[in-house]
Write a protein that binds this ligand. Structure first.
Ligand code: FE2
Ligand code: FE2
Ligand code: FE2
Length: 434
């Protein structure tokens, strides 16, 4: 499998073609999606991986079946997937509460957390794309439900308390929120002792609490949750029998389309389908360059994903038209580097990662994040800069209620050719839109 597979799915909707090489599995894409969720919650990128790793360590001791161990780890990765479709209906103030929502529920603020109830539901289209077992729907639905059936409950409250496996994920989530931000093992250990001493008896099965105490009885044992090694530790705990499979091009494309749509919907009417429109232009330009199918596939995915890193930028900053403070500017610059980090972590996606990371670079070196010049900027990034700006100009924005007409948008781009945009690639855009 390979990018021609995505190109094929994009252009022809035909059966995927086989090609050897580095290519993502269901697990690779689940991890990447977990990072996007963490980004949207303003949590560290590896928040979901940390919840999954601790869940895996406890599940290995407490759950007999490898199937349930796998579900515990997958639920740890994706527990807050329901946040992504919810973003479009949240106020900036509600968004700011997202990183603390689990702690608020853990501390008993159930009423105040009711606005978060919709995030308990799993967008089922993702189930088939990632080949997930349907059982995970219930695991995620109850990720804030304690064994006394309190917490943030779904509209149809469970008849039975959460299972041991589900409760492992809920427990792990609270532990990670309590101590993952602390870099030092000794301080983590001390924080965990404090956490355990305050723990109400009615929230978690005693077996879980006891197993955690046994497994994490020394400061040294907390190295399992070291952020720099969390991916390796996660992989070492993932059940051997749960062999992830390679995704086909159509699945990758639809997953990226879904992620792109959630990101665009967050900014409401202003960025509707921006990723999809950018992908269309990228592919049109690529076809005029007679690029092979696998490169068209890469261009499509880069167009879809290029601004997913904006999830890390607070809404107030995104929608404001006043001059940016240095802190705001930093968060805007990081939307490129943080996404490059996520995408480059997907096997075979390094080129796409470089393109999206450099989509705000300018030919004259005045862009960000690296200030690269001319051919130091990869061609895919130079194409993205053009397609992204063209799509933005031809849409309304909060500070510019009416959109530019195609011809006027093109003239604006041409005014900056040689300084910001690559003139030869601008010709491709012109030929693609006229
Ligand atoms: Fe949650
Ligand atoms: Fe979380
Ligand atoms: Fe951008």
């Amino acid at each position: 499998m390979g990018f021609q597979d995505v190109g094929e799915a994009y252009l022809l909707q035909e059966e995927p073609i086989q090609n050897a090489g580095s290519w993502p599995t269901t697990l690779d894409m689940t991890i990447a999606l977990s990072k996007v969720i963490s980004l949207a919650e303003q949590q560290p990128l590896t928040h979901g991986l940390a919840v999954a790793t601790l869940s895996g360590a406890l599940a290995q001791t407490l759950l007999k079946s490898e199937h349930d161990q796998k579900l515990a780890m997958q639920s740890g990765l994706l527990h807050d997937i329901g946040i992504l479709p919810l973003l479009s209906s949240l106020s900036p103030e509600q968004e700011a509460l997202l990183p603390h929502h689990n702690t608020a529920i853990f501390q008993g603020h159930y009423e105040k957390s009711q606005w978060l109830e919709p995030h308990l539901y799993f967008p089922t289209e993702i189930l088939s794309l990632l080949h997930l077992d349907r059982e995970i729907i219930d695991w995620i639905k109850l990720h804030h439900c304690f064994i006394n059936k309190t917490g943030l409950l779904p509209k149809d409250p469970p008849l039975k308390p959460p299972t041991l496996g589900m409760n492992i994920v809920t427990f792990s989530h609270s532990v990670i929120d309590t101590l993952y931000h602390i870099p030092n093992s000794l301080q983590r250990y001390e924080k965990a002792q404090h956490f355990l001493s305050q723990l109400p008896a009615c929230q978690f099965y005693s077996d879980i609490v006891e197993t955690f105490q046994e497994q994490f009885s020394t400061p040294e044992s907390f190295k399992l949750l070291d952020a720099r090694r969390i991916t390796t530790h996660f992989q070492s705990l993932y059940p051997q029998s749960a062999q992830p499979i390679l995704l086909n091009g159509s699945e990758i494309l639809h997953l990226c389309q879904w992620i792109s749509n959630q990101t665009d919907a967050r900014q409401g009417k202003y960025t509707q389908h921006e990723g999809t429109l950018t992908a269309q232009l990228m592919v049109k330009m690529g076809k005029r360059l007679n690029l092979p199918l696998h490169e068209l596939g890469q261009l499509a995915l880069a167009g879809l994903l290029h601004d997913v890193g904006k999830l890390a930028i607070p809404l107030q900053v995104l929608n404001q038209h006043r001059a940016l403070t240095p802190q705001n500017r930093e968060s805007i610059v990081s939307h490129t580097t943080i996404l490059e980090e996520i995408i480059s972590g997907i096997p075979g996606f390094q080129t796409i990662g470089q393109w999206v990371g450099a989509h705000h670079e300018c030919l004259n070196g005045s862009g960000y994040p690296y200030g690269r010049r001319r051919h130091e900027i990869p061609i895919g990034a130079r194409m993205l800069a053009i397609a992204d700006t063209y799509v933005a100009l031809t849409q309304a924005r909060p500070f510019r209620p009416s959109a530019y007409r195609p011809k006027d948008a093109l003239d604006i781009l041409k005014n900056q050719q040689g300084r910001i945009f690559d003139p030869s690639l601008l010709e491709l855009l012109e030929a693609s839109i006229l």
